[in-house]
Design a protein around this ligand. Structure first.
Ligand SMILES: Nc1ncnc2c1ncn2[C@@H]1O[C@H](COP(=O)(O)OP(=O)(O)OP(=O)(O)O)[C@@H](O)[C@H]1O
Length: 348
């Protein structure tokens, strides 16, 4: 198999500078030869240059497959992915798969040499570089990701979160234009997640790096991503910035994924006095409750969530989840009135 140059230019494709870094059109992929079941189906999307895009969705929705298609690890069954107007070469075009301008940090740290120390794991990514430059660049990236103090430690002896930082250092030391990450916060506990997210944000701002990451817990990337791509059963349901998708999701799945929203069918909405021709979503924070002897709604459950309580209210026909941040915690079985400040009707 010939090792081709990193990209094949498609002359008919006109790339307009300043627009999307990655452009996918009608992208499909099936792991099955007869193409009956698609892991990714007819997906078209743009990824902005110098921004953080998160691919989110429930388990098995096709997120990792989409990431691997973008990188060129998988050959699309149909459609195409282009990077800056150039078709991304796939396994059949390249001896070593993966786009030269991109780096992928996959799940599980398979690429790390656990017996070698952190420094060697990172420095080894610069095989043809003179010693001084190799030292400077390795020291710089370890410091940038706050793991310079671990340089002499064996990878086997560091935590999952620290391994994730080593993997990111290895990916970034060659200054790729695009960093792809599959579930980067899986192994990182909550207290270190925010710092890692801030470091990634800072690097993007300083260098103009394009980041694409996969997450099955969308709420963890709401504050990080500039754009979200929402996947369900291999299809893209929604794509927009987190604010728009959170406050105005176009699909019930997105509302539940991002806001753990209450989804009500037309008749259930009527039960609350809401007239809508379509199903509706009521985010938990759009419901407030107050004690009322006359109400048919009562508190079914109170769940402690740290700085807030999730309260389940019911009238025996519908259950609604609401958030309480006040000091006054309702009691189970207590009758309560509901005030709904906002709701969204879906087209679907
Ligand atoms: N190597 C494979 N062979 C056959 N089917 C596969 C393979 N890898 C994934 N699939 C299937 O393709 C679909 C999409 O899988 P994918 O791993 O892309 O989903 P995901 O959203 O990343 O899931 P998770 O969040 O659980 O990692 C799933 O139905 C999965 O079972």
């Amino acid at each position: 198999m010939a090792h081709l140059s990193s990209c094949q230019y498609i002359p008919s494709d006109i790339h307009v500078p300043g627009l999307a870094a990655i452009h996918a059109e009608h992208l499909s992929f099936s792991f099955h030869e007869n193409n009956v079941q698609f892991a990714v189906e007819n997906s078209s999307f743009d990824i902005d240059e110098g921004k953080i895009t998160a691919i989110i969705g429930e388990s098995g929705s096709g997120k990792s497959t989409l990431l691997r298609l973008i990188y060129g690890l998988l050959e699309p069954t149909d459609g195409s992915v282009r990077y800056k107007g150039w078709q991304v070469p796939t396994r059949k075009d390249k001896l070593i798969p993966g786009h030269d301008a991109m780096k992928l940090v996959s799940q599980g740290f398979d690429d790390l040499n656990t017996y070698a120390n952190v420094w060697d794991n990172v420095a080894s990514q610069l095989p043809n570089t003179d010693i001084k430059r190799k030292q400077d660049k390795t020291a710089e990236i370890l410091q940038r990701l706050r793991i310079d103090h671990l340089a002499k430690k064996r990878v086997a002896d560091i935590s999952g979160g620290e391994k994730q930082r080593v993997a990111i250092c290895r990916a970034l030391i060659n200054e790729p234009e695009v960093l792809l990450m599959d579930e980067p916060f899986n192994q990182v506990d909550a207290s270190f997640r925010d710092t890692l997210q801030q470091d990634i944000k800072d690097i993007v701002k300083e260098t103009g790096l394009t980041v694409i990451l996969v997450s099955h817990d969308p709420t963890e990337v709401l504050a990080l991503a500039d754009n979200l791509i929402v996947m369900k059963s291999g299809k893209i349901l929604d794509q927009n910035n987190p604010h728009v998708l959170y406050s105005n999701p176009s699909h019930p799945y997105t509302a539940q994924l991002l806001a753990k929203s209450n989804i009500l069918q037309v008749e259930q909405a009527q039960n609350l006095g809401i007239t809508s021709e379509k199903p509706i979503a009521i985010h938990q924070e759009w419901i407030s409750i107050s004690p009322s002897e006359q109400s048919t709604f009562f508190v079914k459950d109170v769940r402690f969530r740290g700085f807030y309580y999730e309260v389940v209210v019911s009238n025996n026909e519908i259950n609604l989840h609401a958030i309480i941040t006040s000091q006054i915690i309702p009691q189970k079985q207590q009758a309560v009135d509901l005030t709904i400040s906002h709701w969204i009707a879906f087209d679907h």
